[in-house]
Design a protein around this ligand. Structure first.
Ligand SMILES: Cc1cc2nc3c(=O)[nH]c(=O)nc-3n(C[C@H](O)[C@H](O)[C@H](O)COP(=O)(O)OP(=O)(O)OC[C@H]3O[C@@H](n4cnc5c(N)ncnc54)[C@H](O)[C@@H]3O)c2cc1C
Length: 487
């Protein structure tokens, strides 16, 4: 895929002078490329600086939830999932000890093309970048941003190195940093408290099929839960979630041994051979940390942070791109009434509402992902096993129970109150399950322990999201800020 030439590096020279760019975007991944297109469409002059325009070759960001697809539609980017051999995703089936719990995305109310999508991340990102670069007022340049240019407490632009190693400076009244999970620039714009509870170990299986077409599979296996989904018409991704402290080494072969002996036997029997071949294939095993970082911004006039640079959640539920695209829609909408971005302190104050307005989507997806990674992890603690069984049994009840969970999981119901309700209901269901058919003092005690453990899992994540912003956003004064110049 080629970018239109006039929109690439050769246009960069023009942007080195102040006053020719409205917005600099650092990073053209999912958030950066989508934002460039959205702002370009609104008539802004956008300069995107991306470290590597060859397209990412990684296994992160292969599942786009239906809620994320709806955001693509809002941005006019839905065709970016076309022509990349993407697969439709209608839900997941959870498997545990030979039993199944289907989780179907609630898509009845939508047109037939609305569904989740699975694909190669690199192909999707290239499509997004291509769309952005097709706009005459968006220039996409390959370069590495080394620092923000700050003068008197206001960010005026960035310093970056182009492909020939020249150090350049670009100026704009607003710089949006979207440099992803390994962000170097976030330090001055937020309080990055990163936790790495586990790693995803991924490999691609070929020439095989999952039991149910259009459904991913989550196998609650011991020692590691597995997530499988198609990434093209011929490949299935298998991701294994391994706690950080137990991560075997890839280089000395320990990982391949771990996968062959402990993981492959837990995959469906019909996929076993494909799984072993995939593990043995050279360079097919990839490892990435699952990072959790709550959004804790400290805004500086002239700069803004979105995407993984601002906020990360466990990858188990595949919600990162949905949150990023939702943030892009929100930021575009907030910026729309502003003709001029030059009053950086006023714009910065106004944009503070972003951090609360994003909470319905971000906190629902984040909390669910972070809680589920704990619940799905195999444990020798019987209470944790009871929590897992409670969640699995709750989904198997079907009806409003699994519907509610899948609505949140899919990004179609961004409601923290609904999340709190279902978490509470799972805990009650779990206690009820333990007490039946006849409560005994031991069963009662087990029920209390289950409730206590469930609360202990959930509360820290809700706390880190911010109780007030999550459940009482209307009490946050920043939500009522009007755009500068509008009374
Ligand atoms: C193992 C794993 C699996 C995941 N699976 C899923 C999934 O299935 N579904 C899902 O929705 N989410 C998933 N995620 C999360 C998802 O990948 C991210 O939420 C999403 O990519 C965030 O988009 P972003 O634009 O913020 O970052 P990225 O897409 O990572 O983009 C950042 C961009 O910035 C560029 N960049 C970095 N530094 C600089 C610099 N100094 N100068 C210029 N450019 C720079 C990079 O080259 C990159 O192109 C997963 C994450 C992990 C770790």
């Amino acid at each position: 895929m080629e970018f239109p030439k006039e929109n690439c590096a050769n246009k960069a020279e023009n942007h080195e002078a102040a006053g020719t760019t409205d917005v600099i975007i650092v990073g053209a991944g999912v958030a950066g490329a989508a934002l460039a297109y959205a702002l370009g469409k609104d008539g802004r002059r956008v300069h995107v600086i991306e470290r590597d325009l060859n397209g990412p070759n990684r296994f992160a960001g292969e599942v786009l939830l239906p809620g994320g697809y709806l955001k693509l539609i809002e941005l006019g980017l839905e065709d970016c999932v076309d022509e990349i051999d993407a697969r439709r995703l209608l839900g997941y089936v959870l498997y545990k000890d030979g039993k199944e719990a289907p989780v179907t995305f609630p898509l009845e109310k939508f047109e037939s093309h609305v569904a989740g999508r699975t694909f190669h991340n690199g192909r999707f990102v290239r499509r997004l970048q291509n769309k952005a670069a097709s706009l005459h007022n968006v220039s996409l340049e390959q370069g590495t941003v080394t620092s923000l240019l700050e003068e008197n407490g206001t960010v005026k632009g960035v310093h970056y190195k182009d492909t020939s190693g020249r150090v350049l400076t670009a100026y704009a009244p607003l710089t949006v940093v979207c440099d992803g999970c390994f962000s170097n620039l976030r330090r001055s714009l937020c309080n990055p408290r990163v936790d790495v509870p586990s790693y995803f170990v991924g490999f691609a299986l070929t020439n095989c099929k999952l039991p149910l077409e259009h459904y991913g599979a989550v196998i609650l296996a011991d020692p590691s839960p597995l997530v499988l989904y198609p990434i093209s018409s011929t490949e299935i991704r298998c991701n294994v979630d391994i706690p950080s402290r137990n991560l075997p080494s890839v280089s000395n072969g320990e990982m391949a041994h771990y996968l062959k002996t402990l993981v492959a036997p837990k995959v469906f029997p019909e996929l076993y051979t494909a799984c072993i071949s995939a593990i043995e294939k050279k360079d097919n095993i990839r490892v990435m940390p699952n990072r959790i970082m709550a959004a804790a911004p400290h805004p500086i006039p002239g700069a803004f942070l979105i995407g993984d640079a601002l906020n990360m959640r466990h990858a188990l539920t595949g919600g990162g791109m949905t949150v990023a695209l939702s943030d892009v829609v929100l930021l575009r909408d907030l910026l729309r009434p502003l003709q001029n971005l030059s009053d950086a302190p006023a714009v910065c104050g106004y944009l503070e509402s972003f951090y609360t307005l994003r909470k319905p989507m971000s906190s629902t997806i984040n909390t669910l992902a972070n809680v589920l990674q704990k619940v799905f992890r195999a444990s020798s603690d019987p209470t944790m096993e009871d929590v897992q069984l409670a969640f699995f049994g709750y989904l198997r009840l079907g009806g409003v129970f699994s519907y509610g969970v899948s609505a949140m999981l899919s990004g179609l119901c961004p409601r923290p109150l609904s999340l709190a309700f279902h978490i509470f209901a799972v805990a009650l269901y779990g206690v009820g399950r333990l007490l039946l058919p006849f409560p005994s003092p031991k069963r009662l005690w087990d029920g209390v322990k289950l409730f206590w453990v469930a609360v202990g899992i959930v509360l820290p994540f809700i706390w880190s999201e911010g109780v007030r912003q999550m459940f009482f956003p209307l009490t946050v004064p920043a939500c009522y800020r009007t755009p500068p110049g509008h009374n």
